[in-house]
Design a protein around this ligand. Structure first.
Ligand code: F6R
Length: 609
């Protein structure tokens, strides 16, 4: 939520800021802005509503010469989308960009108004700017001390970068709630919410920890922890390739990420499947084996697409490993009093590892007596990985499209491997783990095959693009796939879509059926096929329009269309069947001319509650 970049450089800062902030647009794209202290010690601020391209156009028209600056792309929380509410916010000499929410901003605003401060926006960030200015003028302390005094008064999350016109040689970054990363250059240094923004200038990074404050100058970086002790944080060299951040031959990141899935799954599997039935995760601490061995129940918490992946895993844990598994939306999990089942392992599932709801659920779970906690995550440097007992990486690679695709299929791949690992540890049924390992090896090739059927899906998309509502149906472990398919359609094509377990149709939604609400049904060959066939008949006999995604033949019915898909093994069928639904949503959104990579009102990494 919201992207921050900042730097003290040798190079011209304005070009750097706009190049970098453009790369963080996935974190919010309501409005964007930048501020530079120029060579004559003036603050130059440019802000615009809309995408970063608007900021680029406006900035390119000005001649800005300076070496220190900050930029921000916003996902509105406090105050509507407007130029006044766009960051950076300024209080006289103090300039602030911020990511987070200040819960007690109304109280502080009143206090500062009484002190004579006049607000020009509705944001909580302007409260921070004025508070810093107030504190600075009270005692004439150093900027670091001023920030420390001020953040003691803030309730909520305040990851921010502060710049002071009266001391334009340094930036101060404070981390709370969402990530801030320092990029190390040669006699220049950078700050950003995500390394993606800095990969074109450096590969050397320092990740700030919660509560850290960093003083960043051209030739020097000093970091203090939450207790104000000077601390050395580890420098890491990123192995992310800058080119992987580009769209290449694709029109959208989402399209690229859909087609990348065979490769990302191969990467997820690589060096992890051993000796026919053994699964090995090098990043998993050895003690995890004891915890898994003793686990009698599993609780998974996640949000959005990750939640849908967890719902598939529930079926796998219960039907393959005989372990009862509950799944809960993270924000619900931490909003209620819970009873923890005996010998229960908590699993959090997240692409970003920064989702506030999931992080809060993890922190809440630590008070509840779980056997241990494990996160399955795509980002090794994320808060979830840092705060969990154990972690497994999904290795999807960078996912930039706001709608998750390859992170979903790699999460499922890891979850199925984990099922095999736990079966092995418990020495339950080696045949099953062997079957899982064998079948997972076939997965990339199966997905290649289905991607080649894209032309069929494109033709269905052309027919459905003008629909206003759609229903998605699936049974068993395909019901969560229906949920994920419907979520993709809502997110990027703005078509209202609801998912139901096929058997639930007759309990209400059947009343909606007519030829204007297409039904997408996932009905592969499995033990539930006959039941699904009955549901198809119920829909057709009521004049409904149905599209059945299956590897099977069906008796002809009026208004029934079968999308014949290649064969896939039942074990991996959920991972396979999401692919045509991702393509369907993508091609419908493409036909409708929607902003596929940056759907309205959304952001990729949801770091607010
Ligand atoms: C949907 C989507 C979101 C995320 C959700 C959780 O396409 O991307 O629903 O899945 O915000 O995000 P992570 O997995 O980063 O915790």
């Amino acid at each position: 939520m919201c992207g921050i970049v900042a730097a003290v450089t040798q190079r011209n800062i304005a070009d750097f800021l706009i190049d970098s902030i453009k790369k963080l647009e996935y974190r919010g794209y309501d409005s964007s802005g930048l501020a530079v202290i120029d060579n004559k010690n003036n603050i130059i601020r440019i802000r615009c509503v809309g995408k970063v391209n608007e900021l680029i156009k406006k900035t390119n028209k000005k001649k800005i010469l300076g070496n220190i600056g900050v930029a921000h792309t916003r996902w509105a929380t406090h105050g509507k989308v407007s130029k006044e509410n766009t960051h950076p916010h300024i209080s006289s000499n103090i300039i602030v960009v911020h990511n987070g929410i200040i819960e007690n901003n109304s109280v502080l605003r009143l206090f500062l108004q009484k002190k004579g401060y006049i607000f020009s926006s509705d944001t909580d960030t302007e409260v921070i700017a004025h508070l810093l200015h107030w504190e600075q003028n009270k005692k004439k302390d150093s900027l670091k001390k001023v920030i420390q005094n001020s953040i003691k008064q803030l309730d909520g999350n305040y990851s921010m970068v502060v710049m002071d016109k009266n001391n334009p040689s340094k930036l101060i970054a404070a981390r709370s709630g969402s990530p801030l990363i320092i990029g190390l250059g040669i006699e220049e240094n950078f700050i950003a919410s995500d390394q993606i923004a800095l990969l074109h200038v450096t590969k050397r990074f320092i990740y700030l920890e919660e509560g850290d404050i960093a003083i960043v100058k051209k030739k020097e970086i000093n970091i203090f922890n939450k207790d104000n002790f000077f601390i050395k944080r580890k420098e890491i060299i990123s192995n992310t390739e800058y080119k992987s951040v580009k769209k290449g031959k694709y029109r959208h990141y989402m399209e690229k990420e859909i087609y990348e899935q065979p490769t990302s799954i191969l990467n997820t599997l690589k060096n992890r499947l051993k000796n026919k039935n053994k699964v090995y995760f090098s990043e998993l601490a050895l003690e995890a084996n004891d915890v898994f061995y003793n686990t009698e129940n599993i609780q998974i918490v996640a949000c959005g697409t990750s939640y849908n992946a967890a719902m598939v895993a529930k079926h796998w844990f219960e039907s393959l490993a005989n372990i009862p598994c509950d799944v809960e939306i993270a924000s619900e999990f931490s909003s209620r009093k819970l009873t923890v089942r005996k010998k229960s392992l908590l699993i959090t599932l997240s692409q970003s590892g920064e989702t506030a709801d999931t992080l809060l659920a993890l922190r809440y779970s630590k008070k509840l007596g779980y056997l241990g906690n494990l996160t399955i995550c795509n980002m090794e440097s994320s808060s979830l990985v840092k705060e969990s007992d154990f972690y497994i990486l999904t290795k999807a690679g960078l996912e930039i499209g706001v709608a998750s695709t390859k992170s979903f299929t790699t999460q499922l791949t890891v979850l199925l491997m984990l099922v095999a690992k736990i079966i092995n540890l418990k020495k339950e049924n080696n045949n099953i783990s062997q079957k899982i390992v064998q079948t997972l090896n076939l997965l990339p090739m199966r997905i290649e095959k289905i991607l080649k059927k894209n032309y069929i899906i494109k033709s269905v998309a052309n027919i459905l693009a003008n629909k206003k509502n759609m229903l998605y149906l699936g049974r068993g472990n395909q019901y969560p796939i229906a949920m994920e398919g419907a979520l993709k359609l809502k997110e990027i094509a703005y078509i209202h879509a609801e998912a139901y377990p096929s058997g639930e149709l007759k309990h209400g939604p059947l009343a909606l059926i007519d030829k204007n609400i297409p039904v997408i049904m996932i009905a592969p060959k499995n033990s539930l096929l006959e039941k699904n066939k009955k549901n198809i008949k119920e829909i057709c006999s009521r004049g409904g329009l149905i599209y059945v995604f299956s590897d099977q033949e069906f008796d002809h019915e009026d208004n029934m269309n079968v999308i014949k898909l290649p064969y896939v093994e039942e074990l991996i069928a959920p991972i396979f069947y999401i692919i045509p639904l991702q393509l369907l949503a993508y091609y419908i959104a493409l036909k409708k001319g929607k902003e596929i990579d940056q759907p309205r009102h959304l952001a990729k990494s949801v770091t607010v509650e």
